[in-house]
Design a protein around this ligand. Structure first.
Ligand code: HSE
Length: 441
């Protein structure tokens, strides 16, 4: 056997400690498969005194991750600190520039600097592996980059944030408040250091931007992701969705359209019969439509120390075997420029919930505005006050009746025009709630 592959692990939080535990438990079996022993020889973390439940007595400690990244005693730099600038960015650049392979779980870093870092890895003849950055333990990076290389991809979509899926699932099943569900997700180690990144959809957007590049061979363009988080979703919407045959999920969707590539993250109504509707709790799922294979769906844990460590160690094992694949599936110079499809041209069905003033002609006014915008309605549901509007979730609900519309396929621009016109009539109270419906098989 050749010399052991020497790892320097930067960041000893939940994931870092799990990686070390996994290697301690399965190191021999991994070495047999990779043809080479794998050894953690150095670590870098802020607090040396903290007990992480793993034995670190025989490893070198670095207070400066950049120094560790450049150390001649490290072959692979494992970046588990997080963040798209500062120590994470500087140390990854330093590692690649000094000829070290890099394995990272850092989606924000990849989403922002992925193309440059892929190029730096190429120039230095080393790997930049990041399976853990997207959908935790699900091997979607390798699936898109390698296993599905023979397909033209038309759409990739999925549940990419365990925290949001956990919250939506518990709100629906147990009627628990949004805040309590979020607190539990934090306790379980699913949420980001700043959980607004989870609930406002930024984390999903980072992962989606990486998937878009892998699926369509384009440069990563995270700034072009249309973004809506889950904070506006109420139990009233979840209940209405259920009655109408849907569930609400935070989806990230990237698809080719006639005008470019649409990247969007928003709460989405998905038909109950679809595979994605059945994904509960912290599980993630990614679906890919390929022209030869058809649709594939991968499901698995999207967050948590052990699931993420599984993906990190898979990447390490590839390095140990000597696999060297371009980080984004092809040389960085061959990545296409990203052309953004305008969200206003998005086509699909819509769920719209209004609080409608109880007065003659209100319904007719809404119907007229919809007709003027050439929107055809699939269903209209009117409920008694309090039936689908709970606890002041919709401003002005005390004086208004909840009305829910489901539209047939239309465009975003038509819906926006209709909602502006309806608001201007004064027949509704507060802001309408709008949730897009995704067409799924
Ligand atoms: N906060 C992320 C999630 C962790 O909830 O999915 C994995 O990226």
């Amino acid at each position: 056997m050749t010399n052991a592959l020497r790892l320097g692990v930067a960041g000893l939080g939940t994931v870092g400690a799990s990686v070390i535990r996994l290697l301690n438990k399965h190191g021999d079996a991994i070495a047999d498969k990779a043809g080479r022993a794998i050894k953690v020889t150095a670590v870098s973390a802020r607090d040396k005194t903290r007990d992480r439940g793993v034995d670190l007595s025989n490893v070198a400690w670095f207070t400066d991750a950049i120094e560790m990244a450049k150390s001649s005693d490290v072959d692979v730099f494992i970046e588990l600190m997080g963040g798209d600038f500062g120590p994470a960015e500087d140390s990854v650049r330093a590692a690649l520039a000094s000829g070290k392979h890099v394995v990272t779980a850092n989606k924000a870093l990849l989403a922002k600097h992925g193309v440059e870092l892929a190029q730096l890895a190429e120039e230095n003849g080393v790997s930049l592996n990041y399976e853990a950055a997207v959908a935790g333990g699900i091997p979607i990076v390798k699936t898109l980059r390698e296993s599905m290389a023979g397909n033209e991809i038309t759409r990739v979509y999925g549940i990419l944030n365990g925290t949001c899926n956990y919250i939506l699932t518990r709100m629906e099943a147990e009627g628990i408040s949004f805040e309590d569900c979020l607190a539990d997700a934090q306790k379980l180690g699913y949420a980001e250091a700043d959980p607004t990144f989870d609930i406002e959809g930024n984390d999903t957007a980072h992962k989606l931007a990486i998937l878009t590049s892998l699926a369509f061979g384009t440069k990563i363009s995270a700034d072009d992701v249309y973004l809506e988080g889950i904070t506006s979703v109420t139990t009233a919407d979840i209940k209405a969705a259920d009655e109408l045959g849907y569930r609400i999920k935070l989806l990230g969707v990237a698809q080719k359209t006639e005008t470019g590539i649409e990247q969007r993250v928003h709460p989405t109504m998905v038909p109950k019969a679809s595979a994605i509707a059945r994904i509960d709790g912290v599980l993630n799922a990614v679906a890919v439509d390929g022209d030869f294979v058809g649709e594939i769906v991968l499901v698995g844990p999207g967050a948590g120390g052990n699931a993420t460590a599984s993906a990190v160690v898979g990447d390490i094992s590839d390095v140990a075997r000597g696999d060297l694949v371009p980080a984004l599936g092809k040389p960085a110079s061959k990545l296409l420029d990203y052309t953004r499809a305008r969200m206003r041209l998005h086509e699909g069905g819509y769920y719209i919930r209004f609080a409608v003033h109880d007065r003659a002609g209100a319904f007719a006014a809404i119907a007229q505005c919809m007709a003027d915008a050439e929107i055809s309605l699939e269903s209209i549901v009117q409920r008694r006050t309090g039936d689908l509007v709970e606890g002041g979730e919709m401003e002005g609900a005390d004086i208004a009746q909840p009305v829910i519309l489901i539209t047939y396929e239309t465009t975003e621009v038509a819906v926006r025009k209709a909602l502006d016109a309806i608001t201007a009539t004064g027949v509704i109270a507060g802001k309408p709630q709008l949730i897009r419906i995704e067409k799924l098989s």
